[in-house]
Design a binder for this molecule. Structure first.
Ligand code: DQA
Length: 145
């Protein structure tokens, strides 16, 4: 089983996009950090897309393959019911889905205070930069055994 680490819109710009909010590391740095923190033989499959349909397709793939998911839905967090329904398919299938955020959305603009994903996620880790993902990985690996 591989562990899917899925990233939504604009996260491909990580490193140069609002570094004061999101840090200076890019997605490749995140991949390296996850791989070196990994304590299992499970492959870490890190992906990013700006496209809602692609992200939904990847969640369907998780269901079909029985893969746990670490998901940063980015701005889709706040309004995508289609992504929420796809995330619900994952957790309803008994698979872990950790919603992660680099920043703490609750400390930011009002529109970021709502997540339509959280209620169908297994749990949420937000506000710790790359460590949000690393903590999520630890949880996923602990549950995979
Ligand atoms: C984010 C927070 C979202 O509000 C924002 O739209 C993002 C990134 C985060 O990781 O902090 O793109 O998900």
């Amino acid at each position: 089983t591989s562990i899917l680490v899925l990233n939504g819109p604009n996260l491909g710009r990580l490193g140069s996009r609002e570094p004061d909010v999101y840090g200076t590391g890019n997605l490749e740095d995140l991949r390296v950090a996850l791989e070196s923190a990994s304590r299992s033989d499970h492959e870490i499959d890190l992906r990013q897309t700006n496209d809602e349909a692609t992200l939904i397709g990847w969640l369907h793939e998780a269901v079909d393959n029985g893969s746990p998911v670490i998901l940063n839905p980015a701005a889709f967090t706040h309004y995508s019911y289609a992504l929420r329904d796809a995330a619900a398919l994952v957790t309803k299938a008994g698979l872990i889905l950790v919603e992660v955020h680099l920043s703490n959305p609750h400390a930011r603009e009002e529109f970021r205070h709502t997540s339509v994903i959280s209620a169908v996620a297994t749990g949420v880790i937000a506000g710790f930069g790359f460590d949000s993902y690393l903590l999520a990985l630890e949880l996923v690996e602990r549950r995979l055994g």
